[in-house]
Design a protein around this ligand. Structure first.
Ligand code: HEC
Length: 160
């Protein structure tokens, strides 16, 4: 897989857009602006046309590592090298993937929001479904590797 990296500078400059209020469904005063990002129903209900075969997951993993890991982390934990600078921080996809339909995840990847780039022009539709298949098996994979969260948690090196 060739890298199609979005230069981080570009991504960061998109941060100013994060504040753009998406939607307008909620009347002002209704306190659900914080509601979790969700795809429109018809996009969320799309069936994933690409079977989650080993090959698809493998392709998705390659696309993921090349394009997504810088923010979302090598294991999807939301802890990529660029994540510290991002507001909002990239979500933990190990946690998120099981909570959303394939169509919902694909839509978010296609459209992006704020810092999260839109991928519909950079990736083919099938590649996006491959990535969705990859994301869906992250929890399994993380489990079998003995809980993906790094044991080096809490840098206690500072001895001053
Ligand atoms: C520049 C950093 C960056 C890169 C690169 C990036 N993301 Fe994101 N992603 C984010 C941020 C930040 C959010 C949260 C956006 C928000 O909620 O406004 C996000 C949100 C998401 C979500 C939504 C999760 C949820 O809340 O339901 C998915 C799915 C996702 N990203 C997948 C991907 C995939 C797949 C790629 C690679 C093709 C990718 N991202 C690349 C930063 C990034």
């Amino acid at each position: 897989m060739q890298t199609r990296k979005i230069p981080i500078v570009v991504a960061l400059s998109a941060m100013s857009l994060t504040a753009v209020f998406a939607g307008g469904k909620h009347p002002p005063g209704h306190h659900h602006d914080e509601a979790h990002w969700a795809a429109p129903a018809e996009a969320a209900q799309r069936r994933n046309p690409v079977p989650a075969s080993e090959e698809s997951v493998k392709r998705g993993g390659e696309i993921y590592q090349a394009n997504c890991a810088s923010c979302h982390g090598v294991k999807g934990g939301g802890d990529g090298p660029a994540s510290a600078a991002l507001q909002p921080p990239p979500p933990d996809l190990v946690v998120m993937a099981p909570q959303h339909s394939d169509g919902d995840l694909a839509w978010k990847i296609e459209e992006g929001r704020g810092v999260m780039p839109a991928w519909k022009n950079a990736l083919s539709q099938n590649e996006i479904w491959d990535v969705v298949n990859y994301l869906k098996q992250l929890p399994e994979k993380t489990k079998s590797q003995g809980h993906g969260h790094d044991e080096t948690h809490g840098h206690e090196e500072a001895k001053k």
